[in-house]
Design a protein around this ligand. Sequence first.
Ligand code: ADP
Ligand code: F6P
Length: 322
Amino acid sequence: MAVKTIAVLTSGGDAPGMNAAIRAVVRTAIARGLKVKGIERGYSGLLNEEIIDMQPYSVSDIIQRGGTILGTARCPEFVNPEIQKQGAEICHKHGIDGLVVIGGDGSYRGAQALARQGINAVGIPGTIDLDIACTEYTIGFDTAINTAMEAIDKVRETSTSHERCSIIEVMGRHAGYIALWCGVANGAEDILLPERYDYDEQAIINNIIEKRKMGKKHHIIINAEGIGHSNSMAKRIEAATGMETRATILGHMQRGGSPTCKDRYYASIMGAYAVDLLIAGKTKRVVGYQHGEFVDFDIEEALAMKKDIPEYPYEIAKLLSK
Ligand code: ADP
Ligand code: F6P
């Protein structure tokens, strides 16, 4: 049966560019003759029936704004099949026969559960972490790395002036992509990734001592949130090297801010693509970007895919900081 009314929600951590995706979903759907609703606060809002009608003007003036106008939430109870059933019943009650979910892997599992209950659902990759295996691009990553890169440049200047070591902690609890990209782009001397770090602090200490002898005036360590403990690490490194060491935790500033052109562009196309999938009768799909093309996969297939930090850039980063 052809979809008539679709809804859109954002779930999990917010990401710059989510608004551009919402705008694209709403305007594409209306242009194609569908009705659109917005579900506020992710799956929590669905369960609480926080559902609003969306018009083309509901998404005016948001393409340049970070965050998500719909709000987002973590809704742990949505893993419960009984609760998922309630979610699907609420969709039926509101006449929602198609759903676009903007979020990460966790959010896709919620979409998959609703699809099993008869709601046509499509996921769009929205996370600053870039940790979704089926796609080379996720909404928000580009903005987050540029925000972090600019902040790290600033720390580097004061670090050099004071001849200090700086540990700069970037987001990524399970994924080191932000750390890797900033590590390369900011010329870091060490990059600590959840996927690679072997907790050999002595190796870092040796590296600092060696680089100091070579005349380096600073030592930048990009530490991913998944490794964490930047403050205590700073104290130990200072004690062992004699080099003054400071920790800076960039935190949620990396998740905010006006999306870059790249994030607005990809989010806009992916939003439209998701609606067109629903119109084509496809369900239980996720949108991705691979080898220069927008593509889609079955959610199950997408969730089974694995992604790892590429070895070559990681090795090259070490070489370039010599
Ligand atoms: P992300 O979507 O960024 O990976 P989370 O892992 O926090 O973020 O997931 C976002 C939300 O998706 C969760 O709060 C929950 O509502 C829903 N979710 C996560 N895992 C599942 C699951 N296994 N089944 C159903 N819903 C899930
Ligand atoms: O998934 C995005 C992300 O920013 C991760 O990098 C981070 O680990 C997590 O969300 C933090 O989430 P919050 O502080 O919102 O709980």
